[in-house]
Design a protein around this ligand. Structure first.
Ligand SMILES: Nc1nc2c(ncn2[C@@H]2O[C@H](COP(=O)(O)OP(=O)(O)OP(=O)(O)O)[C@@H](O)[C@H]2O)c(=O)[nH]1
Ligand SMILES: C=C(OP(=O)(O)O)C(=O)O
Length: 201
């Protein structure tokens, strides 16, 4: 792709996160934090900068220990992403700015690197079902125009972004439900997520 890649990663307040993981013995806040830390740790070697946008001081503190910068953005996912993308764009008018979801606990660095390198212009990676979006990239120097939420893959395609489909299953396995967690587990979970799950497995 050529241009440097800077990523904004939105992280919801932990006590409200991953509400669809209900009905199990899972510790949702601990898992949401572990998902975010595993996702970001896998992304760090790929991106020049990673900026997390979160209103949760506990998340910011954990990320600081990883050397990751956080900012408190506005309420709402797309608002948080626009805020983070503007911060990154201000620092470099020519970079590729990306939005990476924080619920990819099986993410492999090499797979993210391959997907990013495959992008030509503004592009997105659909989730495994093909309806959601796990990664959205601007064109170099371009705007992100995030439309995350229900049906975001179709929304990103309709806004002119190209779908990134290739050998990067770990980038497509976001985890919202217990079934998603089983499927991500089959790919191999990051160490923090595996540690949270180990007492109940
Ligand atoms: N900063 C910020 N991040 C958000 C917000 N809503 C969602 N996110 C993040 O956006 C990504 C995708 O969100 P979802 O998959 O819906 O995750 P979630 O909201 O924790 O899960 P559900 O409660 O099941 O909807 C995850 O990285 C979340 O942490 C928000 O209002 N602000
Ligand atoms: C917000 C999104 O994530 P999810 O569908 O996992 O909630 C999205 O895919 O746009």
């Amino acid at each position: 792709m050529g241009a440097e890649v800077d990523l904004v990663v939105p992280v919801k307040t932990l006590d409200r996160a991953k509400s669809r993981l209900v009905g199990s013995r899972l510790d949702r806040p601990a898992l949401a934090l572990a998902f975010a830390l595993d996702t970001i740790a896998a992304a760090l070697p790929v991106a020049r900068r990673v900026l997390a946008v979160t209103s949760d001081p506990a998340v910011a503190l954990e990320l600081r220990a990883l050397g990751v910068e956080s900012a408190e953005g506005p309420e709402g996912l797309n608002e948080a992403l626009r805020f983070g993308a503007a911060v990154l764009r201000e620092r470099d008018p020519a970079s590729v700015v990306g939005a990476l979801q924080a619920d990819l606990p099986a993410l492999r660095t090499a797979e993210l690197a391959l997907a990013v390198a495959s992008a030509r212009g503004r592009a997105f990676c659909p989730d495994r079902q093909g309806t959601g979006t796990t990664l959205l990239l601007s064109e170099p120097g371009g705007s992100l125009e995030p439309s995350f939420g229900v049906g975001s893959a179709a929304a990103h395609a309709a806004s002119g972004a190209t779908a990134l489909v290739g050998p990067w299953p770990s980038l497509r396995h976001d985890v919202d439900t217990a079934e998603d967690l089983d499927l991500a587990g089959a790919l191999g979970l990051g160490p923090r997520t595996a540690a949270v799950l180990s007492p109940v497995c």
